[in-house]
Design a protein around this ligand. Structure first.
Ligand code: ZN
Length: 397
């Protein structure tokens, strides 16, 4: 089928409809907690088609940056996680899709609300706030907006707590009371612990402290090492070994009738430092034409056009990048299901007039305006399997 932009000289941009959209509602990160608590029939819990065996005590261990394909590539560093990967090895592991964009703020909100990004509204690393016209960083929550206005839905933790399930989060003390914690993890008690070992031990304790419990715990350092040193660096491998030990440590302490799910917010890909691989938006007059604000991150861009220029921006981005990225207008990206089945009206204006998701090993960086992010070796955000697929590894007691 010919794409409308195909020209007679053989230029054929990727069709956004051919991109692998996340499996919201059946096999995505937002489905994990609704599925794990399904047997409790918690009032208000989002519906899901994902089926998980019932357990009285549910623990979710979210490892930042632990992509499914990255585990497959490193059996020596992750022997325990590898043993959980496939039924042939006695495990029950399977991949889930993280959601789009495959980025921490978006994914944490998906886990914590049970909703796709088009529902909770954290639609990227940075997105436009249509009320102010400013770019809003969802991870750092800058500039500040009222959290409960930006994300008005109850969290799965609040719903579980209201249903009488003992609920808590065990994470870094840094995250207590942050706006992101508020919108994604409110409900129950937040316990800050500095080390991974302390978090695993406390998670197991809290899980055992009630007949019905829900415990969420989190570890961030694998992602940090990937950004700084790349996903095959010694530092990253060392962190993977650490994560493997932490998962085993938690699994070995599970009280009876528990299910532990090890999962992640996204995978990661290394992007080379050359002009073909890193296109500098700040210096690219073609890509900048008609663009008011550039949002998102290197591999998943929200592009906001000046009034009247959306069509031109889409045409130019498609022509320049369309063979290496899925470039879609807002309506196309929404229709393709990238943000979920039916994004809420309040979320639509946060999505770029043009959305560009990298298929190949490249990134649209911005060395002047995003110096920190543009220097990162490992990146994530897009719809490719290495970024999008995250593990759902299960341990039962
Ligand atoms: Zn990251």
């Amino acid at each position: 089928m010919a794409h409308p932009l195909t020209d007679p000289y053989g230029f054929a941009p990727l069709d956004p409809r051919s991109a692998p959209a996340p499996e919201y509602g059946s096999g995505a990160l937002c489905d994990v907690i609704p599925a794990a608590l399904a047997s409790f029939a918690v009032p208000g819990m989002p519906a899901t088609g994902l089926e998980l065996a019932p357990a009285d005590r549910v623990c979710v261990f979210l490892v930042d940056g632990l992509g499914w394909e990255l585990i497959l590539r490193h059996p020596d560093e992750a022997p325990y996680l590898t043993s959980l990967l496939s039924t042939s090895r006695g495990g029950t592991g399977r991949p889930l899709t993280a959601g789009f964009p495959a980025t921490t703020a978006t994914s944490l909100a998906s886990v914590g609300t049970g909703l796709p990004p088009g529902g909770h509204g954290l639609a990227g690393y940075t997105t436009l706030n249509p009320d102010t016209g400013q770019l809003m960083n969802q991870l750092r929550w800058q500039p500040w907006v009222a959290p409960d206005v930006w994300q008005p839905h109850p969290t799965v933790f609040q719903l579980a707590e209201a249903a009488g399930i003992a609920t808590c989060q065990v994470s870094s003390p840094t995250f207590v009371n942050t706006p992101l914690t508020k919108v994604a993890l409110s409900g129950g008690t937040f316990h800050g612990r500095l080390t991974g070992e302390e978090r695993m031990d406390l998670a197991a304790d809290r899980l055992a402290a009630a007949d019905r419990s829900l415990v969420y715990t989190y570890y961030s350092e694998l992602d940090s090492m990937g950004h700084r040193h790349g996903v095959d660096s010694d530092a990253w491998r060392g962190q993977l070994t650490m994560v493997d030990r932490l998962a085993r440590r938690l699994a070995e302490q599970l009280p009876p009738r528990s299910a532990l799910y090890v999962t992640a917010d996204h995978g990661m890909i290394d992007v080379a430092f050359d002009e073909e691989s890193r296109i500098d938006f700040d210096e690219d007059w073609e890509l900048r034409a008609g663009v008011a604000v550039l949002g998102g991150e290197g591999r998943a861009r929200h592009v906001y056009a000046v009034p009247g220029a959306a069509g031109d921006v889409l045409a130019v981005w498609s022509e320049v990048l369309g063979e290496r990225m899925w470039v879609a207008g807002r309506e196309e990206a929404v229709a393709a299901g990238w943000f979920g089945p039916r994004p809420e009206p309040r979320v639509l204006g946060r999505i770029g007039d043009v959305v560009a998701a990298a298929r190949d090993d490249l990134a649209i960086v911005a060395y002047r305006t995003e110096p920190g992010e543009s220097k990162m070796i490992g990146l994530h955000g897009s719809l490719t399997p290495v970024e999008q697929l995250v593990p759902l590894l299960e341990v039962r007691s």
